[in-house]
Design a protein around this ligand. Sequence first.
Ligand code: ATP
Ligand code: MG
Length: 399
Amino acid sequence: MIYDYLVIRFGEIAIKGKNKKTFVIKLEKDVREKLSRFTRLEIKRHYDDIEIKLNGEDGQAVIKILQSVFGIQNISSAIKAGKDLDSIREGILRIVSEETEAKTFKIAARRKDKRFPIHGSELNRELGAWVLTHCDRLSVDVHHPDLMLRVEVGVHETRIYGHEYRGAGGLPVGTSGKLLLMLSGGIDSPVAGYLMAKRGAVIEAIHFQSPPYTSDRAKQKVIDLTKKLQSFGGKINLHLVPFTNAQLAIRDQVPEDYRVTMMRRLMFRIAEKVAAKTGALAIATGESLGQVASQTLESMNTINQVTNLPILRPLIAMDKLDISRIAKQIDTYDISIRPYEDCCTIFLPKAPRTRPDRKHAAHFESFLDSDALVDEAVQGVETLTIDGRENEDAFSSLL
Ligand code: ATP
Ligand code: MG
């Protein structure tokens, strides 16, 4: 590849006003961390972008990694030229002769340095004519060019951009505080975690398991999902909660049609305590309105009663098909459809109540020793730290 630079552009961070610098510094840190194995890269932070000099490193491999970093709107490959017309022309020709597939082009030139004597539109004409006389293969297409050549004349040098690659968008991880993700082995909750990490949240994950009714393979599934999520958002503490006794108590003491409601109320009570221990300020779930009995407004209203923490439901207005599409994009789908049961599916009725109310729920809950069940579960929490930087062996020794 002839391009010796990559330029990272910010999305929403760019409009953060006074806070912009904090966001950009965090993004630079994330970029450096993710690219640490490419030792020859030179990374420089500017006001409007982060510039990477490749120094012979594999540009495509670097781009692929950058596309998973939140806070990046797009990444352009680029070369540099001097601030004289000849040098810019020469740079343009270098790109044109590399991009042999392109049949049409457009020049989009901009003067950042207002002292540069040629205006943007004049530069467009000048460079466009130059390409036409030097390359028979190419013609101009201002609407849908195969090759968009952006030229930016800066204070010290000129950058000429080739391809633009889409970034993941969002905000740098950690700029939005910490939340506790209720992570099941299903399709939805990993997507919810991904979307929240994309908005800059640090994720802690909590998973309820009911051994021996749930298997080690169900646990492994959740660990594998967490591993996927951490590849986007960084290190994740996964809190595994022993939930068997709570489920047995619910089975024995609560009428069938209220068991799902009761189980979810206990889950929220436990999650609230774990959140307090970890400093998480909210709980996130993979619920989507109307998807199943426990996700009607009546259910959510009744379940929410037990906690004052904000419950974030990033998938609430999404269809299952759209959620599944994201799951495939982020590579969690195939893990989620592994057939192992999680704790929600055992002991639960075929026809749970779709419109539970708070009064009945509180009444049935009084049959349970909720506080003791919650305390026992919280005390039995096993926490795994899932961090991509550890090697596989160190990781599996945790299991
Ligand atoms: P998912 O695909 O995320 O499992 P779902 O459509 O199967 O969701 P439910 O089983 O009703 O729906 O669960 C709703 C939400 O409750 C999940 O998205 C998840 O956030 C949380 N949840 C369910 N089961 C567990 C569990 N065993 N551990 C942790 N959280 C859970
Ligand atoms: Mg589920």
